[in-house]
Structures are given as C-alpha cells and as structure tokens.
Design a protein around this ligand. Structure first.
Ligand SMILES: Nc1nc2c(c(=O)[nH]1)N[C@H]1C(S)=C(S)[C@@H](COP(=O)(O)OP(=O)(O)OC[C@H]3O[C@@H](n4cnc5c(=O)[nH]c(N)nc54)[C@H](O)[C@@H]3O)O[C@H]1N2
Ligand SMILES: Nc1nc2c(c(=O)[nH]1)N[C@H]1C(S)=C(S)[C@@H](COP(=O)(O)OP(=O)(O)OC[C@H]3O[C@@H](n4cnc5c(=O)[nH]c(N)nc54)[C@H](O)[C@@H]3O)O[C@H]1N2
Ligand SMILES: [Mo]
Length: 808
C-alpha cells in the first residue's frame, strides 16, 4: 500500500476493484465504513456480489479479465471531460514529457516487438532528450508527441459502446462509476483504490495495476491523505516476505537477481543503478550500490572485501532470460529435471495452476522435505487417490512446524508497518519454527561441504551463519551494523553499532544491512522500534489518523508514500483541511517527508517521485515488459472470437509453461463457453491446509461448490444443491451447484456470456469435501511477474446424474 489502513477513512471515494476487502481484509473495512459514514462513495467493481458489495454504495458486475477496458474507458472519460488535476499532472507526472520518434502503437502492438522471442525492445519507448540529456517537456501538454497527447490517442478507442460490449457492464453502470470516482480530481478531494487478486491474477496483472496508478496520477490522488494505490496483501507477512525476496527474481530490498549477463559486480551495479542529468531529480535508486554492498557484507561478513567484489562471485548467477518462478520450476520438475527440494508452508498440489501437472511433477522427485503444521495434499501426494504408493519413488520427510503463536518475530502488514509479535506459548510436541529449521539445516549443509566439498563449495562455506536462530539478532542484522569505526556528519559510530537509517549505508564495506528498506527499524542496540506501542501524535497527525510512534513503517517510518506530491510546487497542501506535510520554519512537519529538500519551486527543491530516475509519476511507464500504456487483451482463454480493440487477442508477452502450451482452450471454444473465476472464502485460508483441519471452519464451509446464475442453471437444467461437474481442457472437478443472484450473465459482443465462480480451498485429504479447483486453471502468467491467471479461464458445467468417481 502507498497508504496504511487508517488513512482509508480520509477518502472521498473508494474504488474497490479486484478485491473482496470485507471478507479477506476485514480491518481495512473498518476504515472503509468510517469513510462511508462521512459521505464517501464506496464502489465495488467485481464479477460477483459479495459481502464487500453488500456494504458498498454500489456494486458493478464486470466480466472477469476486462479491467483494462473498464479503466481505459475511465481515462477517456477523465480526458474528455477535462477532469484532471492540472497542476499536479503538468508538474508531477511525466504527462509533459516528449516521446522519442521510435515510440509507436499500432493495432494492439507497441513498437519494438520481436515475435521470435515474444519480447519488446524497451529502448524504443524512450523519451526525447535535450542536449544535456534531460527529457524534453511541454508543460502546456499540447505537443502531439507529449505523453498526455499520446495517452489521449491511445484511449480514444475506449468509448462507452466498446467498453460496455467487452466488459459486459451496462453504459449506465460505467457512467455511474466514472462520475463518482473522477469527482476526486479536485485538489481538495481524494479517492483511493483498493485492489488484490482480481487485478493481479491475470496475464495482464501488472498492467491492471498500472492503469489504476495512472488514473490516480491524472486525478492527483497519489501522496495525498485518502488517496493512493493500495495492494491488500495476502498471507500473513507476505509484505515482509516480498520485501525480503521470497520472489525468485529479486534480492532483499528489490534488487535484481544476478544473472550471467552481469559477470562482475561492476556490470551488475552499472545495469541496475539508474542515472539522471536533471539536478532536480533525487533518483533514490542511484543509491543502489550502497544497499547491494551492505547486503553482500551482511551475507559474507569478513569474506566480503573490496578486492573480491564484496563476495559477488560467491553468489550463484541465474541464466539470463530463464524464468525460475514456481510456475516454471514445476514445469521443469514435470520434465524430470529436478531431483528434490524443500517446501515450507506451501501446498502446491492444491494452490498451483493445472494441479494435475503439479501432482505428476512431484512423482519425478527422488526426495522431498516438507515443513508443515498438517498433513496436506502435497506431503501426501504419494498416496493420492489413483496412485499406488509402492510405485512412487519419492522419499518424503516431514518436519513438524510450529504455528504463528508459537514464535517471536516481526511481520509487515499491507501498510508496511513492521511489527514485533511475541511468542504466546512454547511450540507443541516436537514442532519447531522455520527459522530454527533453516538455521540447523544450513549449519549441517556447511559442515558437510567443509568435509566433502561439492558444487560451489566456496559460496556455501563463505556465508556468515548464526549458531542458533534468534529473531532479535536477525532484526538487528536486517537493520545493519557498522563493520568499523565510522564518522558520518560529525557523528562517530563504533564497530558493531547499529546503522541509524539507510541514508547512512555505504558502498565501501563499512556497513552491513540485510535489507536497506528496514534499515532504521532498529537504530540502536536495545531500541527495536517495531516493539513501540505509543499512541502519541501532534494535532496535525491526529487529524490524519497517523500514529508515528506506534511500531515502525518502511521506509524511515514514512506512513504515506510520495507525500511530497500532497503539496503544490510552492509547498502549500493541495487539501488545506487535511495536510500530510507542511513546510514550516525551514523544515517539513507532519508525516516523515519523502526526502527533506525544500518545496519544489525553490532553488534547492526536488521533484516528488524520488524513486523514479526522472522524479515524475509515470503515466507513461516504459519499465513494464509488455508496454508503456496498458492495453486491453483478452485472457489466455476467452469466450470471444475477436478482440474488439485490436487484432491482438492476448497479451503478446504472456508466459505459458511449456507443458501447458497445448492445454489451452481455443478462442470462443464451443466446448468451454463459460468463464470461470476463483476466489478465497472467509471461513478458509487459501489452499485450506490449515482451516480444513479446524472443525468449526470446515463445518461452516464443508465442501466444494460452484456459484452460478439462475439463468445459467435454467439453461443447464441445474437446481440449487445439485451435483455438477465443472470441466476445462485440463481436467474435471465435481462440485455442488450454488444457484445464486450474486452472479449474473453478461451481455458481451451481442451474446450472453455466463460466468461461474469457485473457491480453491478444498482437497482430498479432508474426506468428503471434494478436490482442487486448480485442476481446471491454466499455467499462464503475467509477463512481468509470472503470477498465474487464476481469475479467468474457460470451462463447461455439466449436471452429474449421480455421484461419480470424479468426486475426489
Ligand atoms: N478469510 C480469508 N482471508 C484471506 C485469505 C483467505 O483465504 N481467507 N487469503 C489471503 C490471501 S493469501 C490473499 S492474496 C488475499 C486475497 O484477497 P482478495 O483478492 O480479496 O481475494 P479473492 O477472493 O481471490 O479475489 C477478490 C475478488 O476478485 C474478484 N475477481 C475475480 N476476477 C476479477 C476480475 O477480472 N476483475 C475484478 N475487478 N475482480 C475480479 C473475485 O470475484 C473476488 O471477489 O486475501 C487474504 N485474506
Ligand atoms: N485458483 C486459485 N488458486 C490460488 C489463488 C486463487 O485466488 N485462486 N490464490 C493464490 C494465492 S494469492 C496464494 S497466497 C496461494 C496460497 O496457497 P499456498 O501457498 O499453498 O498456502 P496456504 O494454502 O496458505 O498454506 C499452505 C500450508 O502452510 C501451512 N502452514 C501454516 N502455518 C505454517 C507455519 O507457521 N509453518 C509452516 N511450515 N507451515 C504452515 C498450512 O498448514 C498449509 O497447509 O494460493 C494461490 N492459488
Ligand atoms: Mo496470496
């Protein structure tokens, strides 16, 4: 989230799109309802009616996978009705930047596409530069090559008729949303966007979010109280684990994973550290070398020296251009290219797409180590129905894991609050925390390497490793320490002192930090700010709902990201009633400012979007691999024969796992005419490995079902409670029909398109509840993140006359 939970109460309009916030993020909803009580419009755009819709001002159903068409229509509406926040757009976004001659868009494709590799050459999307190498601008926004005019041109096609016909949303509903939400384009009004999986789990997932952010920039809604783009995060501490690089392609703190294209640290830093010639641009990522070197020092300690590139050669390098995400990892496993591995707190035999393949892939392994609280479909894959355990070669080890309440540590919530939690009781039985397990396992791996050597022994042996797992010590090391006596700005630090904040990190080996983003959370020994629970605040902070002394938020305890954009270039708040920061007596008060420079118009002033090399919010976003402007493409499986926006049916860059290429339904496939979307339930948690073992929760939601409209049920002769079979090109799942008014048929391109919805939390280890929905979904992913397209695929629904062998 750019904001934090409490700030939602400051919004004048709330667009909840692709999220069921009331059920999956109930704390967020406390603040949504507070805003609503004060008169805010709460808008829910979602294929199905849920408890979120019930508490919103209105709910608008749309066909799954058509958010870009819907939002593209909103961009057109904003531009046609001149609803942008002008000063904000001209000064703070790249709307005024002129595009170079190479940028083109034609019939669904941007310039620079190479069909052989399915990738774009993003250099074609560069800005035109002046003689000093600074991007050329036209702040009147009139130049035909400026981003603003190109934006207008791009979304010209997104008229009400086409958008309505593609999304299945009536024109009246489109206008109702556009009107209510764009009213926040006034300087003293703010709208916030809350999204989650309904946006991300698509082959255009990143672009859905980009378009939301672009709308927020056009309306001047980023950086202000009650504004922002808010990702409602998932698993407990998924924010923290993303920050700490649970994703394969980043190192802790959002640094690219080293690949063979960067053989030396110098190459790596050169390629990943942006540069700017514009003196008013802060370009915070220009500091990357300090963070990367401190990370390497944290990992390799005294074994990291300036002479050995701080241990860069001790890190393995990924093969350039290879996708190592889970979707492709399981694909390689399926092809027999892996021997074994460890799975902790993950149940891929339920939660990964095309689960048939995942289950087959597991059988190719020699060994598997599971860290689990319960027996699951993954730990027991070798005895799943239809398999003869005697014929499975895989040896499975189960490490009993303790639960959240049984361990000390920190978690980071969606609002980036980094909070300490205390152990409630000792782990039961033989169970241990994952921290304990990982420390013990790696200690033994190091001991074996020391004895027997092995592949890449130096990397393994050079790594600093603790004797025993201690969450407090890890917090200190994540923050970072000085490796030698150092003086910074007249203050002397001794070797071993904690680094006070990331501005003090150095690229010379004098500091360590296992994650620069968290540097500042533990600025002195004995002063772990994540344990703070103080409710003190200034009157200005009280008005905002900001508690600066309650725990700690990254970065540097800033609660509202990009808050420099909440004031005009002279430093006056756009909304004087609700200032986030104020320039008083030569300094900023309120929230921790995004950089301490004076207001932008002053000589030493800087641009507000400090994480962008050019300092401006990106309406034109050349950083995404699949295009600088979001464009509507149909999901990998679509009920349409043709994309009304262009000749290009699907995202030309989308990722499809090798073994699945032939496992996609045809466009408008008559065998699979119905759109399936999937989601979580209030009563279960994700794959259900935990909650199906909790009797009360299982009683509340006991078995697999499929929600469908009365109209579809009538067409198929299905009654509420009937047993049906849902079938995709990949597999079949038996479910109980839930015939409901919560889902309605859509009118799409002159035809009726039906949509059904299923939860994904059921599995065969819980008797009588049915089996994985993901046996239906495809291994297709967004090209930027490889998140699978769980939210839109094609199926058919068939009435089952009797309970068949498909029950599992
Ligand atoms: N009780 C409970 N809480 C949870 C979880 C849980 O399992 N149970 N899971 C946690 C996790 S890991 C996560 S990631 C989050 C997930 O939180 P959410 O994203 O809220 O969860 P979902 O139910 O997957 O999807 C949200 C909504 O997206 C809608 N949707 C589907 N396709 C589309 C589309 O194309 N466009 C739009 N606009 N909407 C669409 C669905 O109908 C659904 O209402 O919740 C977390 N919180
Ligand atoms: N069709 C469809 N599929 C989806 C999604 C969707 O919306 N639709 N959502 C996706 C999303 S967003 C997510 S996050 C994934 C989630 O799916 P998974 O990654 O598989 O995670 P969970 O089902 O939450 O939990 C897996 C296991 O963790 C165990 N566990 C719980 N606490 C601990 C602990 O402290 N230690 C250890 N070692 N184990 C523990 C539980 O017993 C459980 O069996 O599913 C994804 N799959
Ligand atoms: Mo998630």
């Amino acid at each position: 989230m750019t904001q934090h939970w409490i700030d939602i109460k400051n919004a004048n309009a709330i667009l909840i799109m692709g999220s069921n916030a009331a059920e999956h993020h109930p704390i967020s909803f406390k603040w949504v309802l507070k805003a609503k009580d004060k008169g805010a419009k709460v808008i829910h755009v979602d294929p199905k009616f849920s408890r979120t819709s019930a508490r919103s001002s209105f709910h608008v159903p749309l066909r799954s996978g058509t958010d870009i068409a819907f939002l593209g229509g909103m961009v057109k509406y904003i531009l046609e009705n001149d609803l942008i926040q002008k000063e904000y757009v001209a000064e703070y976004t790249n709307a005024s930047f002129l595009l170079g001659d190479d940028y083109k868009f034609e019939d669904g494709m941007f310039s620079g596409f190479d069909p052989a590799t399915g990738t774009y050459d993003r250099k074609k999307w560069a800005f035109a530069k002046d003689e000093k190498g600074i991007s050329k601008r036209d702040k009147t926004l009139k130049d035909p090559r400026c981003v603003f005019q190109q934006l207008k041109k791009h979304y010209e096609r997104y008229n009400l008729d086409t958008v309505s016909s593609v999304t299945g949303v009536s024109k009246a509903n489109l206008l109702a949303v556009y009107e209510a939400y764009t009213a926040t384009g006034k300087p003293d009004k703010a709208g916030t966007i809350m999204y989650a999986l309904g946006w991300t789990q698509h082959s255009v997932g990143c672009q859905n979010i980009r378009l939301g952010a672009m709308i927020q920039l056009l309306l001047g809604n980023i950086g202000v109280a009650g504004g922002g783009v808010n990702a409602l995060r998932g698993e407990p501490n998924v924010q923290g684990s993303t920050d700490h690089a649970i994703l394969w392609h980043i190192l802790p703190g959002y640094h690219a994973v080293p690949t063979t294209t960067w053989p030396k640290l110098e190459d790596y830093l050169k390629a990943t550290t942006p540069k700017t010639n514009d003196p008013k641009s802060v370009n915070w990522w220009g500091n990357r070398p300090k963070y990367v070197v401190s990370l390497l020092k944290g990992w390799f300690g005294d074994n990291a020296t300036a002479e050995n590139e701080f241990g860069y050669q001790l890190l393995p390098k990924c093969d350039a251009g290879v996708d190592y995400s889970t979707m492709f990892m399981f694909d390689r496993m399926y092809q027999g290219k892996m021997k074994g591995g460890m799975i902790f707190g993950h149940n891929p035999c339920i939660s990964m797409p095309n689960t048939h393949k995942i289950r087959a892939a597991m059988q190719t392994l020699d060994w598997l180590v599971m860290g689990e609280v319960h027996d699951t479909e993954t730990s027991s894959f070798w005895r799943q129905p239809g398999l003869d355990p005697k014929k499975i070669k895989t040896e499975v080890f189960m490490l009993p894991s303790c639960q959240r309440g049984e361990k000390d540590g920190t978690t980071s919530n969606s609002g980036r609050w980094h909070q300490w939690h205390h152990k409630g009781y000792e782990p039961l039985g033989e169970s241990k925390s994952m921290g304990w397990m990982l420390v013990e396992i790696f200690k033994r791996v190091q001991a074996l390497y020391a004895k027997d050597k092995g592949t890449f022994a130096e990397g393994v042996l050079s790594h600093w490793w603790p004797e025993k797992y201690d969450a407090e010590q890890m917090s200190a090391l994540i923050n970072g320490v000085f490796t030698r006596d150092t003086t910074i700005k007249d203050k002397t630090y001794k070797k071993g002192d904690h680094v006070p904040g990331f501005a003090a990190l150095q690229a010379d080996g004098s500091t360590t930090s296992l994650n620069w983003l968290y540097c500042g959370a533990y600025p002195e020994a004995g002063k772990n700010l994540t344990k703070r629970r103080e409710l003190t605040q200034t009157p200005m902070q009280a008005k905002l709902g900001l508690f600066p002394n309650y725990t700690w938020a990254w970065p540097m305890n800033r609660r509202l990201l990009y808050n420099r954009a909440s004031v005009d270039p002279q430093g006056k708040p756009f909304n004087p009633e609700l200032p986030v920061i104020l320039w008083e007596g030569g300094k900023w008060v309120g929230d921790v400012p995004d950089g301490g420079a004076p207001p932008m118009a002053e000589e030493k002033g800087t641009y507000p979007f400090i994480m962008q090399a050019e300092g401006h919010g990106q309406i034109f976003g050349p950083g995404r691999v699949d295009g600088p402007f979001p464009e509507h493409y149909e999901p990998a499986e679509t009920p349409l024969a043709k994309n009304p926006f262009s000749q290009q049916m699907n995202n030309p860059c989308m990722k499809v796992a090798k073994a699945d290429v032939d496992l996609l339904a045809k466009n408008a496939d008559p065998k699979y005419p119905i759109v399936l979307t999937t989601y979580s339930l209030t009563e279960h948690w994700c794959g259900g490995g935990d909650t199906r073992n909790t009797p009360y929760l299982l009683e509340a939601e006991p078995q697999q079902y499929v929600e469908m409209s009365h109209e579809l049920a009538a067409e198929k002769g299905i009654k509420n409670g009937d047993v049906v079979v849902v079938e995709s090109i990949r597999g079949k799942v038996q479910a109980i029909a839930m015939v409901t008014v919560r889902i309605v048929p859509f009118q799409v391109e002159g035809k009726t398109v039906h949509l059904v919805g299923m939860p994904f939390c059921f599995g065969w280890t819980t008797p009588g509840c049915g089996d994985a929905t993901n046996r239906l979904t495809p291994s297709v992913g967004d090209p930027n993140t490889t998140i699978p397209e769980y939210k839109a695929c094609l199926v058919n629904v068939i009435k089952a006359d009797k309970v068949s062998e498909l029950a599992i």
